[in-house]
Design a protein around this ligand. Structure first.
Ligand code: FES
Length: 318
């Protein structure tokens, strides 16, 4: 993983839809930015030690600039509000190189993209890529109210009738219906979903109920309400030769930090993957929304920020 920070300049900021700031970022030194693939995100260093992840929503064929959309969410932990308040055109910000935990399967014969609210952002980069590759795809954009979404004109101009808008406050006939959209199950079709947790859970559940195997249903959570509490257990860090006790209301990460062991973290709610660590012994109690069902079943990785143990002792590779 490339951890070097990039000095970027906010080339432009525009307000779109309902409370969405669209930022275009370019390298301060004027050079092209690192290349990225559809579904990638960057870390944005927001200030006061806050680091937040935002999906890149421009065409991955161009790395002259990165574009992100930031919803002003007063219920967030402060990152998006700070960006809305503090970030202006021509300002310098520190960002990471792009990372992609949400890649496109480019062997799919058909791709269905479902974006709820600000979850449209990674879907746009995917749609640009699929369009360039001449692939069969459809993009469903769900928002609470007509006019609340960003990028609508661009989506129509670029993707034409491949994009379908669904508004919660409009006629029932145009609401997104995953059961209908995803049927019948097709082995070559891959489904991608991003948006608010409830929307994502609903779409993923429907895809699975219809019969889609998890390897054909791809998702990226922005945030999650995770219950991190549970029975106390021990964690032994093999590299550091340190054992910590994780209390009922503690997380593994917090217990390790108290013992002076550095844990890389970003979202702290099981969605970004930054804290994923190898498990050498023991059975994790997975609470994250990052690992796939198959990865969870393998029990050889754990999200230290939220997951716990189903046994009295875990051994991790740290
Ligand atoms: S810090 Fe993001 S998954 Fe743990």
């Amino acid at each position: 993983m490339n951890n070097e920070l990039i000095d970027a300049v906010i080339q432009s900021r525009t307000e779109q839809g309902s409370g969405i700031a669209v930022l275009e970022l370019v390298a301060k030194d004027g050079k092209p930015l690192p290349e990225f693939t559809a579904g990638a995100h960057i870390d944005v260093h927001v200030g006061n030690g806050l680091i937040r992840q935002y999906s890149l929503c421009n065409d991955p064929a161009s790395n002259d600039a990165y574009r992100i959309g930031v919803l002003n969410d007063p219920n967030s932990r402060g990152g998006s509000v700070k960006i809305h308040t503090d970030f202006a055109a021509n300002q310098t910000v520190s960002i990471s190189a792009p990372r992609n935990h949400f890649p496109l399967n480019e062997n799919a014969t058909k791709t269905i993209l479902a974006g709820g609210g600000i979850g449209i952002t990674p879907m746009m980069a995917m749609a640009y890529r699929l369009l360039r590759e001449g692939k069969d795809f459809e993009l469903h954009y769900c928002t609470r109210t007509k006019g609340a979404g960003a990028f609508e004109q661009e989506l129509v101009a670029e993707f034409g009738d491949r994009v379908v808008f669904h508004y919660d406050d409009q006629d029932k006939s145009q609401l997104f219906a995953p059961q209908t959209t995803f049927s019948p199950v097709d082995p070559g079709t891959h489904i991608y979903v991003c948006g608010p947790t409830g929307f994502m859970d609903w779409v993923i559940d429907n895809a699975k109920k219809i019969g889609y195997p998890s390897e054909q249903v791809h998702f990226e959570y922005f945030s999650a309400d995770v219950d991190t509490t549970g029975e106390s257990f021990e964690v032994y860090c093999e590299q550091s030769d340190v054992t910590v006790t994780v209390g009922t209301n503690d997380t593994i990460a917090k217990a390790l930090q108290k013992a002076g062991i550095k844990v890389s973290m970003s979202c702290e709610e099981g969605v970004c993957g930054t804290c994923i660590t190898d498990v050498l012994e023991g059975e994790p109690d997975h609470r994250d929304h990052f690992l796939t069902d198959e990865e969870k079943a393998d029990n050889d990785q754990i999200a230290l920020c939220c997951s716990r143990a189903k046994c009295s002792r875990l051994v991790i590779d740290l």
